[in-house]
Design a binder for this molecule. Structure first.
Ligand code: ZN
Length: 412
């Protein structure tokens, strides 16, 4: 798929320390250590609905990691998938009597527009499940051949499942106990009751063709892929095993990332699939969980249509720490609009308070598990000093603008 258009990223003088991030598998914040090319995979959308604030907050957090690595001199190989064939998409298309392909294309196009307006740097590889069917079939075929995958004993629908016990490190990504895994598997699209599985937790890899559902002909028999194997195949084929970061919302910790990692381990004999598993918190609305079932989703495209400045939206979403579950209120956006106005006022002056130390402070706060509230406070302090004091440094406004653009993705 064609990713969205990139925006230029200014080069800043100097560079910061190694980026430290919370790794779910390790249960602690630890330094990342990419080579010359940092390899990062972030799970993409299932395009059955528009991008809501929770999605936006997630992609913004990973955009800041992307930007930090670039600022530190790394080339960043960023891969993102689009789950453009899966149950939620097919269900929505059926409900709305829409064509699932058209629905998927329409929502993916809207997602691209949203990302571009928020100035999220695009992935190098933006890959739809449909265009990766051949790769996925190959992975399933290999796991089937080595006994890590199996067909259920159902003559009508001999679907292929993964034997999760084939991966010695299964459980190490989430660290969840069996009871938690069983609960989340049932809650998040798993099918523990399916007859013929070796273990209730085993996830689907290949769903044989059903009446009224799309399917692809291949050596596995006509069918369509499961979700976890999609990310395993797309990630491994572009980044190789042991890439630097796999990311997504905290609802992907289990089962999605655990099973993708288990597939990769069974396939390659190597562990871990990603050296850091990074997860973002959930965004609620006025203290309530934001969800499609509650009908209280706030869409980025809706806010754009209401003439909200995407830079204010970006700033509002960065005002909370990426890992914390947080609530969106009208005031969150109002505060961001005020803050953005002050920053713009300060950089418009012919001179300001020295900005070099602010660049250091910005980098230091971001390197500390992406402390965006701290980073924003550093810019606030500079803006206050510049707006109230006698600005003497004529280079400061331009340097500050460049830093806010390069590191925070906000154009002033
Ligand atoms: Zn994924």
């Amino acid at each position: 798929m064609q990713p969205w258009t990139s925006t230029p990223v200014p080069r800043l003088p100097g560079q910061g320390a190694a980026l430290r991030l919370h790794d779910t598998a390790a249960g602690q914040v630890r330094p990342t250590a990419p080579g010359p090319t940092a390899r990062m995979y972030v799970c993409g959308i299932t395009p059955y609905d528009a991008t809501h604030l929770g999605h936006a907050a997630t992609y913004l957090a990973f955009d800041l990691m992307h930007r930090y690595w670039r600022d530190a001199g790394h080339d960043v190989h960023y891969v993102q998938n689009v789950t453009d064939v899966d149950d939620p998409l097919l269900e929505r298309a059926r409900r709305d009597q829409d064509d699932w392909v058209v629905l998927g294309m329409r929502e993916t196009a809207l997602f691209r527009e949203d990302m571009e307006s928020l100035r999220v740097l695009p992935p190098r590889d933006f890959v739809g499940a449909v265009e990766a069917i051949g790769e996925i079939v190959e992975v399933v075929g290999k796991l089937l051949a080595c006994g890590a995958a199996y067909r259920v004993d159902d003559p009508e629908h001999p679907d292929i499942y993964f034997d999760h016990r084939a991966a010695a490190h299964f459980g190490s990504e989430s660290g969840y106990d069996e009871e938690t895994m069983a609960r989340l598997f049932a809650e998040r699209g798993g099918d523990p009751q399916r007859l013929g599985k070796r273990h209730p937790l085993d996830p689907l890899m290949w769903r044989t063709a059903r009446e009224g559902e799309p399917s692809w002909d291949c050596e596995l028999g006509p069918g369509r892929p499961g979700w976890h194997v999609e990310c395993c195949a797309i990630g491994l084929n572009r980044l190789g095993i042991g890439f630097d970061l796999q990311g997504g919302g905290s609802d992907l910790i289990f089962p999605h990332h655990e099973f993708s990692a288990a597939h990769a381990e069974a396939l390659t004999g190597e562990h871990p699939m990603a050296r850091h598993y990074v997860h973002t918190g959930m965004i609620g609305l006025n203290g309530e969980k934001m969800s499609k079932s509650k009908g209280n989703l706030v869409f980025v495209s809706r806010l754009r249509a209401d003439q909200v400045d995407p830079m204010a939206l970006r700033l509002a979403l960065l005002s909370g720490h990426y890992r914390s579950d947080r609530s969106w209120h009208t005031a969150t956006l109002d505060e961001a609009v005020t803050r953005l106005g002050r920053w713009r006022q300060a950089v418009a002056l012919p001179a300001g308070a020295p900005a070099r130390y602010v660049v250091c402070r910005l980098r230091a706060r971001l390197a500390d598990d992406l402390d965006t509230p701290g980073a924003l406070a550093a810019v606030d302090a500079w803006a206050t000093e510049t707006l109230t004091g006698p600005g003497r440094d004529a280079d400061a406004p331009a340097l500050l603008s460049a830093a806010v653009d390069a590191l925070l993705g906000i154009v002033l």
